[in-house]
Structure formats: structure tokens, C-alpha cells
Design a protein around this ligand. Sequence first.
Ligand SMILES: NC(=O)c1ccc[n+]([C@@H]2O[C@H](COP(=O)([O-])OP(=O)(O)OC[C@H]3O[C@@H](n4cnc5c(N)ncnc54)[C@H](OP(=O)(O)O)[C@@H]3O)[C@@H](O)[C@H]2O)c1
Length: 306
Amino acid sequence: MNSKKIVVVGATGHLGVKIVQALLDQGADVTAMVRATSNKSKLEAMGVKHFALGDMMNKESLKEALNPREGFDAIVASAAGYTAHSKGDSPATDTIGYKNLVDATKAAGIPRFVLLSILECDKAVNVPHFHNKYLTETYLQEKKQPYIALRSGAFFDWNDNFMLKRISKGVVPVFFTKAGYGTIYTPDLARYLAMAAVSLPDSELNSYVDVGWSKPVNSESLIAAFSKVLDKPFRAKLIVSGLVFGILCFFAMFIPKLKDMVAMVRWVNTGVYVSKDTARQQKLFGDLPTTEEAVRRYCKDHHLIK
Ligand SMILES: NC(=O)c1ccc[n+]([C@@H]2O[C@H](COP(=O)([O-])OP(=O)(O)OC[C@H]3O[C@@H](n4cnc5c(N)ncnc54)[C@H](OP(=O)(O)O)[C@@H]3O)[C@@H](O)[C@H]2O)c1
């Protein structure tokens, strides 16, 4: 049984609860950092006993949440402001908030910072919510805070209800059309992040790892996998049609968040959003999921097949 003490920032999020579960599965002693307004009910139902109050936009609260007397072995951070998980959240969390978190981690002497980052974020200069991950990677280096960044592709199961509704109607919802892109099933990503916190040797620190499936996906490969696994015909449907995208491009001139999203779609469609080094993922976390195997697991987990 591993009894490493790990603190998770963003623990109430879509991915965060899965990271907490993966850490519990791997025997870690988990503390969830939450805000005063966070809804802890899912975490409590999962058996989480330790909570620390901390807000990335409030330095004093981080000092207390990450107090050295806690003796944390690692911090795992998947929080985000641009996703607007709670009212009032802003992208400042992804820049100022992350700097505050790195500073507090360094001051507390926590020996490992596991950052959830994004594939090719160093090249995504025009996509702020991607590039901000690179800025945090750079800040970790600058502060000499030992870290590892897992650079993930798009979450395959980014919105379970939305996706399940469409899959049951024989439709694969897709965001990107023009090129293959990296993707990942979040329970796998959570397991890798937990491994990075509890069992990865120190020799792997101070670097990033691309994480995703064995090959980039596109609408054809997703249709083929769902058709095979569920034994029925599928078709792909764009989540945002060409016409709506055109309208969004116009409004993006005035709304920064929309501008960020439009830039992301354009950038991903250039084909750059793929893992460049799958060998390192295999070495650290085991064989990469194939599209069909991951789709089969998704369907099983969501009771679409036995
Ligand atoms: N979606 C994708 O395809 C994709 C791909 C690659 C990487 N990512 C990254 O994945 C990460 C997790 O995404 P997600 O979908 O799990 O996000 P999410 O569900 O929106 O959760 C955001 C989390 O951040 C916390 N948070 C926000 N502001 C905070 C602050 N000031 N202080 C402390 N905690 C704060 C929220 O806490 P409250 O409960 O208090 O609101 C919540 O736990 C993000 O960093 C995102 O950039 C996403």
C-alpha cells in the first residue's frame, strides 16, 4: 500500500474527481484543495476525508492550505479558470493563479508538482488557454520547482451527457474536421497523473510527457471504432456547424473567450495538436490505448455494451 500524501488542486472538476479516485485506487493519502464555495459532495461520497481551503487567486489561503506541517509528497494541479466552473472564474487563474500556486508549493518545500498541461502548448501562441499551460511549465523551471507536466490531447469524454445522447442516436459529435488530433479518455489521464504523483522516479522530473491514444483520431476513425464496437452505423456531426462557426468568428472580434475558442479550432485544424513522442508515454505509463480499445472501454463504462 502506498501512503504518499498528495494534494489535488481542481479536485471538484470533471477531471479532478477522477484524479482523486485514481490516487485513492493507488493507495495515496489524498487531500482535496477546495474553495469555500466548492461543492465537495462528490468527493465526500468517494470517501475523501481531508480538505484544505485554498483559492489560487488568494496567496494567503495557499500558504495555509499547503502548510509545510502537512508534509505533502506531491501536488497535482488540474484547476482551470477559463472553463468557468464556478461563477466569477476568469482566465487570470490560469496565469496569476498558477504563479501563486507554484510560489506557494516552492515555499512549502513540496518536492513534486504534477501539472496537467496541453499537447504542443509551447507552439499555441495564439490560443491563450493552451499557451498559458506552457507559461506555467516555464515558471516551474524558472522557480526551480521540481515538476512533471503531462501534456494531454482533447478529452474524449469532455461532456458525458452531451456525448451519450448523440452516441445513442448513431452520431459521433466532433469539434475538429480538417486534421487528426490527439485525444484521451479521462480515466486514463487521471491514472497517469496519479502515477506521476506517487510512483514515477525522480529521474523523470523536470520534463513534459505527451499523453494520448496510439494514433491521432479524426471523424472517420471515430466512426469506424463506434460502428465496430456497437455494431451499428454511425455518422459524424460537427458540434459547431460551418455557418455557426462563421458567426462566432465575427463575434470573436469583441469577446476574448470566444476569440480563444475560435483560435483553438483553427489551430487544431492545422494538424499540429498531436503527440510527438508516444515512446515516452509507453515507457512511463504502459501501452497506449488504441482508438477501438478506448472506445470499447468508454462504451462499457457507460453501459452501452456489457
Ligand atoms: N477539455 C479538454 O479537452 C482538455 C484537454 C487538455 C487539458 N485540459 C485541462 O484539463 C484541466 C481540467 O479541466 P476540467 O474539465 O476538469 O475543469 P473543470 O471541470 O472546469 O474544473 C475546474 C476546477 O478548477 C477549480 N478552480 C477554478 N478556479 C480556482 C481557483 N481560483 N482556486 C482553486 N481552484 C479553482 C474548480 O473549483 P470549484 O469547484 O471551486 O469551481 C474546479 O475544481 C484544465 O486545466 C484544462 O485546461 C482540458
